[in-house]
Ligand binder design. Structure first.
Ligand code: PMP
Length: 380
């Protein structure tokens, strides 16, 4: 049996999500904009999913807009807010460890003439709330800070930052990419003091291609694309009803178990840490004080990340080097933490889900050790 420890990249769809897709493509396949029975049924499916996502975020359903995933939500947030709030004020403050779906739009805005300030983490991956807050001024139209870093698991002080920003600059729009925290780290939309929150379905056992953007009432986000009136014109185009149905179904089936799953992930994380600490060639890079138990980044110094990844893969053990989205390119997150080259070059990420077992972790540790013995070039 394969050992899947790459759940921060994507998760296996749960049974409820698979069933929802099949039902939708075989039975309820109408276009939600059609006025007949099949259309109304499809519209009802979207309404129910919207309610489910809203319940998980503890917000009103009409604050939830479906998108094709977190990349689209993040792009819409940055460009849609820049279009409406960035005419006079030109500054955007983000962390230097945002996912590329925030970092790249921010770079694009920078190339268009906006000022982008990036707050760097320390070597444990922690972002200083004080430093972030100090960078915000009356010229700042938007701040964006992710909740949980997808490579290290560091939980950023979003609430502290956003509440301070709102106190001093109520007009500044606050956006949080909460993809790696949603349904994992308990939070309510209101707790974060965020005007916009990004979430994604496939990280929580739904299906790739559906995500959402929470938009606090009164926040004006310009759409990225224009067309029909779907999602109140915010996101035109016929909705992907099967994927949205799966998103809602996954949320409903996961929600009751969030706390138990969190404790289980904590125990699995502790178990893996203890085992890794016994391996002299391993350094644990996930060292932030406030950290998600679902992600553990470490380096097997002496074996390049990709080499170890493929060795593990040949034994049916799946982890990531850097973030999956960067296709093995040197991780900007690890670079921002300024780890020494030998650690950066050998960094690996194991990430858990509710389906992870102690047996999976035993296999990872066993093959890490075997891999190191057969592959290591520079022994310490
Ligand atoms: N933000 C974060 C923090 C992520 O981890 C990811 C997925 N790697 C994304 C955004 C992009 O999500 P999606 O695949 O839904 O576009």
């Amino acid at each position: 049996m394969a050992v899947y420890l790459d759940n921060a990249a994507t998760t296996k769809p749960c049974e409820a999500a698979v069933e929802a897709v099949i039902n939708n493509i075989t039975l309820d396949y109408g276009n939600p904009s059609s006025l007949h029975k099949l259309g109304l049924k499809a519209e009802e499916v979207i309404r129910e999913s919207r309610k489910a996502v809203a319940a998980a975020l503890v917000c009103e359903p009409d604050c939830v807009y479906f998108t094709s995933g977190a990349t689209e939500s993040n792009n819409t947030a940055l460009f849609g807010i820049a279009a409406n709030y960035g005419k006079r004020r030109k500054k955007l403050v983000i962390t230097a460890v945002e996912h590329s779906s925030v970092a790249a739009p921010a770079k694009h805005l920078e190339d268009m003439g906006y000022e982008v300030v990036r707050i760097y983490p320390d070597s444990s991956g922690e972002i200083s709330a004080d430093e972030f807050i100090a960078a915000v001024d009356e010229n700042t139209f938007m701040v964006s800070c992710m909740l949980v870093n997808n490579e290290t698991g560091a939980i950023h002080p979003v609430k502290r930052i956003f509440s301070a920003v709102k106190r001093s600059f109520p007009e500044c729009v606050t956006h949080c990419d909460a993809v790696q925290g949603f349904m994992k780290i308990p939070f309510k939309a209101a707790d974060l003091c965020a005007d916009l929150i990004t979430v994604s379905g496939h990280k929580i056992h739904a299906v790739k291609g559906a995500g959402a953007l929470f938009v606090k009432k009164g926040t004006r986000v310009a759409p990225l694309i224009y067309g029909g009136g779907q999602e109140k014109g915010f996101r035109p185009g016929t909705e992907s009803v099967p994927l949205i149905a799966a998103f809602g179904a996954a949320v409903n089936s996961m929600r009751p178990g969030i706390k138990t799953a969190y404790s289980n992930a904590e125990e699995l994380n502790r178990y893996l840490r203890k085992k890794l600490e016994k391996l002299p060639f391993v350094t644990i890079n996930s060292r932030a004080e406030s950290i998600s138990p679902y992600i553990l980044n470490f380096s097997a110094e002496g074996v390049r990340s990709e080499t170890m990844l493929h060795y593990l893969e040949s034994n049916e053990i799946y982890v990531s080097s850097g973030s999956a989205c960067s296709k093995g390119a040197k991780s900007p997150v690890i670079a921002a933490m300024k780890l020494k080259d030998s650690l950066a070059d050998s960094a690996l990420r194991a990430s858990f889900s509710r389906m992870t077992t102690y047996g999976d972790i035993d296999m990872l540790v066993k093959y890490l050790q075997l891999g190191y013995e057969s592959l290591a070039k520079v022994k310490r």
